[in-house]
Design a protein around this ligand. Structure first.
Ligand SMILES: Nc1ncnc2c1ncn2[C@@H]1O[C@H](COP(=O)(O)OP(=O)(O)OP(=O)(O)O)[C@@H](O)[C@H]1O
Ligand SMILES: [Mg+2]
Length: 258
């Protein structure tokens, strides 16, 4: 078996996913490096979410391998992959409606290890300091997303666009080397999209690798270092935003699927 390229955070190697007779993802390969933002685009039903599911353990790969750094994570369970530090949002995800915005973000940051629970019960200085740093991190992300004024509002009372931002914030606040976002800009205003784009750029500048599935091409073009295009499960193009934007095969795929 070939090892993944050395500095890759994510390596997708010849991955196929089948649902009965349908090949939803067909022999897709690409790498993602630290600090890189790669967009995965393609018409509806192209296989983008299925590929996310294959990377994060929610769909079984029929063949091919997925590496997170040097670790082969192919076929591992979603919780095991999440524990390694791979973070994702879902296309139709949601917030915990009865909790406040801040509490929603904190649910992403709290890892309830036994040591931590004992620390919390005894109010050990280490636990108190960790709690403070989690709250500071949550507040920073809420500020970056432009929703700091909603910190103490119950998530269920927010508009759907604001709920989407909270959900994204929960994922982005977590310390991670790899973040996968499935259509984060759905339902967001132009200002919210711009704030989200700026936050993704800042995270990437800090070394996080980001894989972004998105139909909002304005956001894709603004933040991506590279774009991978899927159509009917196959990778039909890969390159810089400029190259992909002008690729006749890509234009044909989009127009042909309308
Ligand atoms: N659990 C499943 N069982 C059977 N078929 C599925 C399943 N999930 C997805 N598919 C099929 O696999 C193909 C790819 O779907 P997928 O959801 O990955 O597309 P997508 O690129 O994310 O589309 P969209 O842009 O609409 O979200 C589609 O034909 C879809 O109907
Ligand atoms: Mg999808």
């Amino acid at each position: 078996m070939t090892a993944p390229p050395k500095q890759s955070v994510l390596s997708v190697a010849d991955v196929c996913v089948r649902f009965g007779g349908l090949t939803a993802v067909s022999g897709v390969s690409f790498d993602l490096k630290a600090g890189e933002i790669c967009a995965l685009i393609g018409p509806n039903g192209a296989g983008k979410s299925t590929l996310f599911n294959a990377i994060t353990g929610f769909a079984r790969t029929a063949s091919g391998r997925v590496f997170f750094g040097a670790s082969d994570i192919t076929g591992k369970r979603p919780d095991a992959i999440a524990r390694l530090g791979v973070r994702r949002t879902f296309q139709n995800g949601g917030v915990l409606k009865r909790l406040s915005v801040l509490e929603n973000i904190l649910t992403g940051l709290h890892c309830e290890t036994e040591r931590r629970i004992i620390g919390n019960v005894l109010r050990l200085p280490s636990a108190v300091a960790e709690e403070r740093s989690s709250i500071a991190r949550a507040e920073e992300v809420l500020h970056d997303l432009g929703i700091a004024h909603l910190t103490n509002v119950k998530a269920g009372d927010l508009s759907s666009g604001q709920q989407r931002l909270v959900e994204i914030g929960r994922t982005l606040a977590q310390h991670s080397r790899l973040i996968l976002l499935d259509e984060p800009a759905v339902g967001l205003s132009a200002t919210d999209r711009a704030n989200l784009g700026a936050l993704l750029k800042r995270l990437a500048a800090g070394g996080v690798a980001i894989l972004l599935v998105e139909h909002v091409l304005e956001l894709v073009m603004a933040v991506s270092d590279r774009i991978v295009v899927l159509n009917h499960g196959q990778m039909i193009a890969s390159g810089t935003p400029e190259a992909v934007r002008n690729d006749p095969v890509v234009l044909e795929a989009y127009l042909g699927n309308k």
